[in-house]
Design a binder for this molecule. Structure first.
Ligand SMILES: Nc1ncnc2c1ncn2[C@@H]1O[C@H](COP(=O)(O)OP(=O)(O)OP(=O)(O)O)[C@@H](O)[C@H]1O
Length: 292
């Protein structure tokens, strides 16, 4: 029987642009500080994609009540999948490229402050989403966001500068597509379904989204002329994109989207090429404990 005070840190050595040495220093800081809050800490570096899910599932089986990830939204996703509807809470030390969920929750971005919060903070319950069989916590999307996620995943270096360069190049190669949304056709630049309000890096696709309202927000961005790019980018980072005539945001519990062929989607920023042309997206209310 494992003591309920065990805290497990899961560290992605590849998240963001910080070196493994820096991540090891943050782990050492966490190992030093966690006993102050009554935790017996352990830390594991992931060795492969999907490893965080395996570690988190094992931790839940052992009765561990607090996991702390040192990583980005992809690592949050992999870990949180295994924590859905359990009593194990997720602390986030956001050292990824985008850190969308941590930014939405106004968690500290400074790693040491985030570690203090993850150790001393209290669990709150949030919703998650499901796109077909995959869980998401921040955003999922089809269209331009998914295309950029696919291009970004192929870059040798992660981090914000690479993301901006990738998105800029992608914009010139990308073509809008037609999707049936709840059986009505829409020609769209992108279709994002938001649990949290931003993609990461304070790019707010759905500024009014609330992770605990039992709803998702369907954000439909219509095709726009190149002359509108500057204003849309300004609104994206200024939290006013929902005031643009090109964007509609609709709260919902569930939505069905059909594309013109097998869909490329992103799930919390990670690209996934599906074999199907249809996705069902649903909210899973009050399904994850996060430390705030
Ligand atoms: N040891 C590993 N080797 C290769 N890939 C890994 C390893 N550990 C985790 N991964 C993969 O790395 C991916 C990216 O990690 P993460 O999301 O933490 O960083 P990021 O993409 O830089 O940040 P963000 O998602 O906030 O933009 C995850 O989806 C995960 O599958």
């Amino acid at each position: 029987m494992v003591a309920q005070t065990t805290l497990l840190a899961i560290v992605n050595p590849l998240s963001g642009t910080a070196s493994v040495q820096d991540k090891q220093k943050w782990v050492d800081f966490l190992l030093t500080k966690a006993p102050d809050a009554g935790f017996t800490p352990e830390a594991v570096f992931t060795t492969h994609p999907g490893h965080a899910t395996e570690l988190a599932a094992a931790a839940v089986r052992q009765g561990i009540r607090r996991l702390v990830i040192i990583g980005g939204d992809g690592t949050v996703n992999e870990t949180a999948q295994a924590l859905l509807n359990t009593q194990t809470a997720l602390g986030i030390v956001p050292v990824g490229s985008g850190n969308g969920l941590a930014r939405h929750l106004s968690l500290p971005l400074n790693p040491k402050k985030a570690i203090e919060r993850a150790i001393h903070g209290r669990p709150v319950v949030i919703d998650s989403g499901r796109i077909n069989e995959r869980a998401f916590f921040c955003t999922t999307g089809i269209g331009f966001d998914a295309y950029v996620a696919g291009e970004f995943a192929q870059q040798p270096v992660r981090g914000l500068p690479t993301y901006i360069r990738t998105a800029y190049r992608a914009f010139w190669n990308y073509q809008p597509a037609t999707y049936e949304i709840d059986q009505k056709p829409h020609r769209l630049f992108s279709l994002t379904i938001a649990n949290a309000g931003q993609f990461g890096n304070n790019a707010w696709i759905s500024p009014q989204s609330n992770v605990a309202d039992g709803l998702l927000d369907v954000c439909q961005l219509k095709p726009f002329p190149p002359s509108a790019v500057g204003m849309l980018a300004w609104r994206l980072f200024n939290k006013t994109l929902d005031q643009s005539t090109y964007l509609t945001v609709r709260p919902t519990r569930t939505v069905v989207v059909k594309g013109e062929g097998p869909l490329l989607i992103h799930v919390d920023g990670e690209p996934v090429m599906l074999t199907t042309d249809t996705v069902t997206v649903q909210v899973v209310p009050s399904s994850l404990l996060v430390i705030r």
